[in-house]
Design a protein around this ligand. Structure first.
Ligand SMILES: Cc1cc2nc3c(=O)[nH]c(=O)nc-3n(C[C@H](O)[C@H](O)[C@H](O)COP(=O)(O)OP(=O)(O)OC[C@H]3O[C@@H](n4cnc5c(N)ncnc54)[C@H](O)[C@@H]3O)c2cc1C
Length: 496
């Protein structure tokens, strides 16, 4: 289980205190669970649940209850790298990047080859800049823009996930929204007609039946840690390293299924390529392939188009002999990637001091590099020189690579010593499918009718990614659909 070790690797201990201690007297009182009726109940205190609560409250909804089963709030939203994919931001313009909502939409559709739900994509695009501006007004800005998996333009805005959660927590407090940690959503309370009327909550060995006028939002994240659900929906992933938050057991998914929800893209659970061996956090993934590195297997041969989304590469990498693969690059590619992505700059920082990190090899020649990694030398050297001829031609004749990532960037040769090799593995950072929802976050049955009073946002929901994954859209989806849910609940509140 992750919890403290994993959390400590990404969150300073002083901040862990901030996330666990009540911000005001009474915030975490179990008495909050004893009120039999609420206007709205939100299960899960990651970004989607917190933003939904704040948006609804800012638009007039009072008496909202947020519950979180873990002792700390934040879920996967605090463990993540903070890459949120957006188009047309002032930050993008400042860096001289021409981008637009239209181009972003096209990229999302093309990336998933039309298997994603266009209504969800449109809703995301219509609302993402409003939430971006909301954060900007709170003084929260991205630190960098990166090209990430599946993008045809750099639009991965990297935020500090801890700063975001702390900002949301403070705002929750200013608005007087009740938050109870250590309180688990156990079961939806259903009316005779199937509408959701409230939630059964468990805390400290007691259960509480809480009714809700406007319904329940399931913002409980994914199900990476639930081995039974992984075996059912993604059996190939059963042995992949799973890096998600401690609460990612699919509780919300199970409750929604019991209430009659349909699912979408639920089999789209794949591991991301590029982690160093034995990864413990998001800081252990390198995306050097998107700066021009290649990936080879234990025979020293390439096996994939490295510009593909990292989850597509992950699927193919897991099929290689003994599942052993290696990222290979030179000093210029390393330099470009360290300049482009702060996480890579951190990972490879010892190289700047002349020290080779334990997880990789460095050598003055390709032959020496292959020998160090015990790869067949002749295969390895001819793989690299063949690839370099493809770079000259602008087209990789074996696997079809033309760019650094999808249609962005020009391939780079691997030619300037020192040369580097990183033994890599794949890890699942979440589950990209879930319950079927519409663009208002209402949970749908198989006949596409909405289950009254039941909502899902964030990693709980399916339909956004289709059978692919563009980096920065999981965190983004949680942020944006949290907002959409809050706005919709405020509308429902004014109609009630
Ligand atoms: C290591 C890592 C790196 C990642 N990096 C990125 C990235 O850079 N960009 C990107 O787009 N995506 C990234 N992701 C994915 C992204 O972080 C998540 O998809 C997103 O943050 C999910 O937000 P959420 O609000 O839906 O769920 P979460 O943030 O997971 O919050 C759900 C909360 O619900 C709680 N909960 C669960 N069950 C119950 C219950 N029964 N009752 C009450 N509470 C419950 C959980 O404990 C948790 O706190 C990453 C994920 C990981 C693990």
């Amino acid at each position: 289980m992750v919890t403290r070790r994993q959390l400590c690797s990404v969150v300073p201990s002083v901040a862990i205190g901030l996330l666990s201690a009540p911000l005001k007297a009474g915030e975490n009182r179990i008495a909050e669970l004893e009120k039999p009726l609420r206007s709205y109940i939100i299960a899960g205190a990651g970004v989607s649940g917190l933003i939904a609560a704040i948006t609804a409250a800012e638009h007039g909804v009072k008496d909202i209850l947020v519950i979180e089963k873990e002792p700390l709030i934040g879920g996967a939203s605090i463990l993540c790298e903070g890459v949120w994919t957006l188009a047309g931001t002032p930050f993008q313009k400042e860096t001289g990047l021409a981008d637009s909502s239209e181009k972003f939409l096209e990229n999302l559709i093309e990336d998933a080859k039309g298997t994603n739900d266009p209504k969800l994509l449109k809703a995301y695009i219509d609302h993402c800049l409003d939430q971006y501006e909301w954060f900007a007004r709170k003084g929260i800005h991205p630190k960098e823009i990166i090209t990430n998996t599946g993008m045809n333009v750099p639009r991965g805005h990297t935020f500090d996930p801890l700063q975001i959660i702390i900002c949301l927590r403070k705002r929750l407090n200013e608005l007087g929204i009740a938050l109870v940690t250590g309180a688990k959503a156990k079961k939806l309370l259903l009316k005779a007609d199937g509408a959701v009327a409230g939630l059964l909550v468990e805390s400290k060995g007691k259960t509480f039946k809480i009714s809700s006028k406007l319904g329940v939002l399931l913002a409980t994240g994914g199900f990476s840690r639930n081995t039974e659900l992984i075996a059912k929906y993604a059996p190939k992933m059963i042995n992949a390293v799973r890096l998600s938050c401690a609460g990612a057991y699919g509780d919300g998914l199970i409750m929604a299924l019991e209430a009659g929800a349909d699912v979408r893209d639920i089999h789209n659970i794949r591991a991301a390529y590029g982690f160093i061996l034995n990864p413990s956090s998001v800081f252990d993934i390198s995306q050097t392939i998107y700066a021009g590195a290649i990936s080879v297997n234990s025979q020293g041969l390439r096996y994939v188009n490295e510009s593909l989304p990292y989850k597509d590469i992950g699927e193919i990498a897991l099929e290689q002999p003994s599942q052993r693969t290696f990222m290979v690059f030179d000093s210029l590619i390393l330099k470009a990637q360290m300049e482009d992505r702060a996480a890579d700059a951190r990972l490879y920082a010892p190289l700047l001091k002349g020290e080779t990190p334990i997880f990789m090899s460095a050598a003055a020649s390709l032959e020496e590099l292959a020998r160090t990694a015990r790869l067949p030398v002749a295969n390895f050297v001819s793989t690299v020189s063949r690839y370099n001829t493809y770079v000259d031609k602008g087209f990789d004749e074996e696997f079809g690579r033309r760019h650094l990532t999808l249609t962005y960037g020009t391939m780079r040769k691997i030619q300037k010593a020192p040369f580097y090799l990183v033994p890599t593995t794949c890890a699942s950072m979440g589950t990209n499918g879930g319950v079927r929802v519409n663009e208002k976050t209402q949970v749908l049955k198989a006949d596409l009718s909405a289950i009254p009073g039941l909502y899902a946002a964030g990693e709980m929901m399916g339909g956004f990614h289709g059978n692919s994954f563009m980096g920065g859209t999981s965190y983004g989806k949680a942020i944006v659909f949290g907002r959409i849910n809050g706005l919709y609940i405020a509308e429902e509140n004014s109609r009630a």
